[in-house]
Design a binder for this molecule. Structure first.
Ligand code: NDP
Length: 487
């Protein structure tokens, strides 16, 4: 079995303590590799290396060169799609076809930010004086980045690419459960990109022992985090001590709204895909399915019929449509919600673990549909992060908007209807950072990603993503040759 090392200051190292952590294959419940179990001393080394790399060189590397590095990375990731996708599936459980999709997106993300590097510029300001006034954009410095386990390599790309594009250096901590592809990416970085040492450091370990000291470290200027609201709040509190900039992507309880005039077949598929893709381990999962009463029963029946046919299995099997959840812990968490749901609403489909003998060792749960759910129920309010759909009926447009917005979250929403006027009335009223119309989940690096309300702070992707790693410097150039003659 492989024991990986981590990348700190341009060197492949073990944890200072020599300790390692097991990396599991969630389809079998077996250990697939081991990684260093880093701690505060390792974080300190990585943060100092990133600081040195920034202060002593990376900040002066031209945007053109940063762009070329990102393009080289993208090219190698594209060449390695198959191998990276297999590793992603083995470690996260998701079906191979979804991993391949993710890894292609990783390459696209590096390409996008490679191109953007030379398009980030400042402004010349029209001040009322004989002067040149400039607003320059400069990199923030060292970025600490903490990512989750649901899209392991894609989340790493969403963090590393804009940071390098903006001229920052990085210390990235993958989730303890899914470090495999982040380490594989570090190998690519090391091998092909000619990145100076210390510019990207990848450090493995768990949240409290690696993430927390990274957030507190004085050499780190910014924290970018994706994960739970609870940890997001903790990060914000801790970052206050050193006044770090933070960006937080914290998930949601997104409404997927179906009006009676929606295209019926697309609606059924859109509702299922919205919450069951990636085993429901999706921050923007359309986990609250709001259906207008005239089509409520018909759509529920159609969804149940299709949901019962979703094939569970190892992500490596091409027939699999839904893999295992990422960990035993996450499986048990989702099962607790299934139990709560059975008391709060009616079960239309699933509701427990699958019974097939070959699925007993892995962390599988059934795709589950609860219906007649009240929006005040726990399963309609809390993020489950698994394949659990809560179906809620609504009367009219006003009712749909009221229910949709009645949540502490505000990451995403979707509206399905053929009436463009109604659609736009609803879109304008939805409190969500991302709104899809007649679709759910397509995500593009060109478009902003982030939430309203408790779903986070800041935006990822597009130019907004790079902006999170920049700060603005005002420069005033006096063109008056005479002294100011004030005294
Ligand atoms: P967490 O928020 O705990 O994990 C996200 C990342 O934060 C991981 O890298 C984790 O490390 C790290 N972390 C944990 N504690 C700290 C800390 N004190 N300081 C710094 N970093 C820390 O999510 P969980 O994995 O526990 O999942 C629980 C729930 O969170 C899910 O069911 C889901 O509802 C939500 N979630 C939302 C995500 C999203 O995309 N918005 C993604 C993942 C989860 P490690 O895991 O190594 O301990």
């Amino acid at each position: 079995m492989k024991t990986y090392q981590m990348l700190v200051d341009g060197a492949w190292v073990a944890a200072e303590s020599g300790r390692t952590l097991a990396v599991m294959n969630p389809a079998t419940g077996e250990v697939m590799a081991r990684v260093p179990e880093a701690a505060a001393a390792d974080v300190d080394k990585a943060a100092r290396a990133a600081r040195r790399a920034f202060d002593e060189g990376w900040r002066d590397v031209t945007a053109q060169e940063r762009g070329r590095i990102l393009f080289r990375l993208a090219e190698q990731v594209r060449k390695d799609v198959k191998a990276l996708a297999e590793l992603e599936t083995l470690n996260s459980g998701k079906p191979l076809v979804e991993s391949e999709y993710d890894i292609n997106d990783v390459a696209t993300c590096f390409e996008y930010y490679g191109g953007l590097a030379t398009k980030l510029h400042g402004e010349v300001l029209n001040v009322p004086d004989n002067a040149v006034s400039l607003a320059l954009r400069e990199p923030l410095g060292v970025a600490g980045q903490i990512i989750p386990w649901n899209y392991p390599l894609l989340m790493a790309a969403w963090k590393i690419a804009p940071a390098l594009c903006a001229g920052c250096t990085v210390v990235l901590k993958p989730a303890e459960a899914t470090p495999a592809t982040a380490i594989a990416l570090a190998r690519i970085l090391d091998a092909v990109s000619d990145l100076p040492k210390g510019v990207v450091n990848i450090i493995t370990g768990d949240g409290p022992t690696v993430g927390a000291p990274l957030v507190a470290h004085p050499a780190v200027d910014k924290i970018a985090f994706t994960g739970s609201v609870e940890v997001g709040k903790r990060i914000m509190r801790s970052a206050a001590d050193t006044l770090k900039k933070v960006s937080l992507e914290l998930g949601g309880k997104s409404p997927n709204i179906f009006f009676a005039d929606a295209d019926f077949e697309s609606a059924v598929d859109g509702a299922l895909f919205g919450v069951f893709v990636n085993q429901g381990e999706v921050c923007s999962a359309g986990s609250r399915v709001l259906i207008q009463r005239p089509i409520y029963k018909k759509m529920l029946d159609a969804m149940v019929e299709k949901a019962k046919r979703i094939k569970l299995g190892s992500g490596m099997d091409p027939a699999t449509k839904m893999g295992p959840l990422v960990s035993k812990e996450q499986m048990e968490r989702v099962m607790r919600y299934q139990e709560i749901g059975r008391k709060e609403a009616k079960v239309a489909s699933g509701g427990g673990r699958p019974r097939e003998p070959e699925l007993q060792k892995g962390y599988f749960v059934e795709p589950t549909i609860f219906y007649d759910v009240d929006n005040s129920a726990t399963i309609a309010r809390e993020e489950i992060f698994g394949p659990v759909m809560s179906v809620i009926p609504f009367d009219d447009e006003k009712d749909a908007i009221r229910i949709a917005n009645d949540t502490p979250f505000g990451l995403a929403a979707a509206v399905w209807s053929r009436d463009i006027f109604k659609v736009f009335r609803v879109v304008r009223r939805l409190q969500a950072g991302i709104v899809w119309v007649n679709h759910m989940q397509p995500t593009y690096v060109e478009a902003p990603w982030g939430g309203y309300k408790m779903s986070g702070i800041g935006r990822e992707l597009g130019p907004w993503g790079a902006e999170e790693y920049l700060q603005v410097k005002q420069v005033h150039v006096n063109l008056n040759e005479a002294p100011i003659a004030w005294y």
